[in-house]
Design a protein around this ligand. Structure first.
Ligand SMILES: CCCCCC/C=C/C(=O)SCCNC(=O)CCNC(=O)[C@H](O)C(C)(C)COP(=O)(O)OP(=O)(O)OC[C@H]1O[C@@H](n2cnc3c(N)ncnc32)[C@H](O)[C@@H]1OP(=O)(O)O
Length: 386
């Protein structure tokens, strides 16, 4: 840890790079060969991935091969080309290498049934085969999206953010009535996988920060816009983004073993998931400050007293009680529930999108700060037993 002290800046960046060398096994960006393989895989997809995904693939392909969209915008009645142009243009100045990597990741999440989190047939009772990092099942009117990296405390990789986006998009349209997010193992989730920051593309750390902010914004937007009742079944401790997102859920059921921790200042980071707005609204600014600025960890009962958690259950009966209750809720008329959710949430949506955008812009800058790099180097050094 010698290299994390003193005045930072360039030396710290090179320290981060040194630590990153220890984590490089999974960190190389997609090669041209990976990209070409992915293009071939797309042609072999057994199922039509749907228009939204096809537009994403088109946009990423164009960005990866031609760079930012610079062709004239098609006319309003040229619906197909306008949708393609919009999708490409929305990628802004995303670097070619990142687009290539995102394309490869997206195809890999689609191409094998055991890999995709979002390919549960709508309305069917089935489990996604295989043991992947995000597992989606749909049963008894409930679509369950489960973090599934128990050995890493369900830390969320960039691939998982993308899979959850796809899973939420699919769940919003499937036949289920309610959607649940939960974790496998002893943790709900330990938040952003801090090794996400070690995948340094040719554009450097600036590019990591930029593409991270784009991904985070898209991820949180999906929660803001999710149309059905969204329930968190918090089976254990939660750190970082899985905590902040709770303000966008419709109900939060927690085991009495769960804890809620947002150590952003310790990490040189700032609030996300719209928590800079939802937390003060839910618990008042003073309690929100203790969590979001001072990193105070709450027990499940404290979080319930603050209004962040709906109800706490003893660990011994948690799963049984919560799922029995959710199965009963899932039998309620789906349209009435969706309309009521719309009534409760719609007047906040625009504001939440603006807050999300602002939080992501601020975080993009934070990720480049010495404070943040220092914290990540510290974590990686401990992990690498330096
Ligand atoms: C696209 C980018 C979007 C970014 C969004 C912004 C999000 C911000 C956040 O979420 S901030 C929160 C980040 N999370 C953390 O800071 C938690 C870090 N982890 C820990 O502090 C601890 O691991 C712990 C308290 C969660 C658990 O401690 P312990 O019980 O002692 O277990 P281990 O530390 O041994 O963990 C087991 C194993 O898991 C790995 N791991 C756990 N959490 C993370 C993580 N967040 N990122 C990466 N890896 C994690 C840990 O390193 C161990 O791995 P190993 O066995 O050493 O290989």
């Amino acid at each position: 840890m010698a290299f994390v002290t003193g005045r930072l800046g360039r030396p710290l960046r090179s320290s981060l790079l040194q630590v990153v060398q220890l984590h490089l096994s999974r960190t190389m960006g997609a090669s041209q060969e990976d990209f070409e393989n992915a293009m071939n895989q797309v042609k072999l997809l057994k199922k039509d991935p749907g228009n939204e995904v096809k537009l994403k693939l088109y946009a990423l392909y164009k960005q990866a091969t031609e760079g930012p969209c610079s062709i004239p915008k098609p006319g309003v009645f040229d619906f197909v080309n306008k949708a393609k142009w919009d999708a490409w243009n929305a990628l802004g100045s995303l670097p070619k290498e990142t687009a290539r990597q995102n394309y490869v990741d997206l195809v890999s999440s689609l191409s094998s049934p055991s890999e995709s989190s979002s390919h549960v047939e709508p309305g069917t009772d089935q489990k996604t085969p295989g043991s992947e990092d995000v597992v989606v099942t749909s049963e008894d009117g409930i679509t369950k999206i489960m973090f599934n990296r128990p050995a890493q405390k369900n830390a969320i990789t960039t691939q998982m953010y993308r899979e959850i986006i796809l899973a939420l998009e699919a769940a919003s349209k499937d036949n289920s009535t309610i959607t649940v997010i939960t974790g496998n193992g002893d943790y709900y989730s330990s938040g952003n996988d801090l090794t996400n920051f070690t995948k340094i593309p040719p554009g450097g750390i600036e590019e990591v920060a930029k593409s991270g902010a784009v991904l985070l914004r898209e991820f949180v937007d999906c929660f803001i816009d999710f149309p059905k009742p969204l329930i968190a079944v918090v089976n254990g401790p939660a750190v970082g983004i899985p905590v902040t997102l709770l303000g966008l859920f419709d109900a939060v059921y927690a085991s009495d073993r769960a804890t809620f921790h947002t150590p952003f200042s310790h990490l040189g980071q700032t609030a996300e998931g719209c928590s800079s707005y939802t937390f003060p609204k839910i618990m008042g600014p003073a309690k929100a400050t203790e969590m979001l600025i001072f990193g105070k960890k709450l027990t499940a009962r404290e979080a319930c007293a603050q209004g962040l958690v709906t109800e706490v259950f003893p660990e011994s009966t948690f799963q049984k009680e919560v799922w029995a209750r959710l199965k009963a809720y899932a039998k309620l008329p789906p349209n009435a529930m969706k309309i009521s959710k719309e009534l409760i949430r719609s007047n906040e949506k625009e504001k939440l999108h603006a807050i999300n955008a602002e939080e992501c812009t601020i975080l993009q800058g934070r990720w480049l700060s010495d404070e943040c790099m220092n914290a990540i180097v510290n974590f990686l050094s401990r992990k690498a037993k330096l």
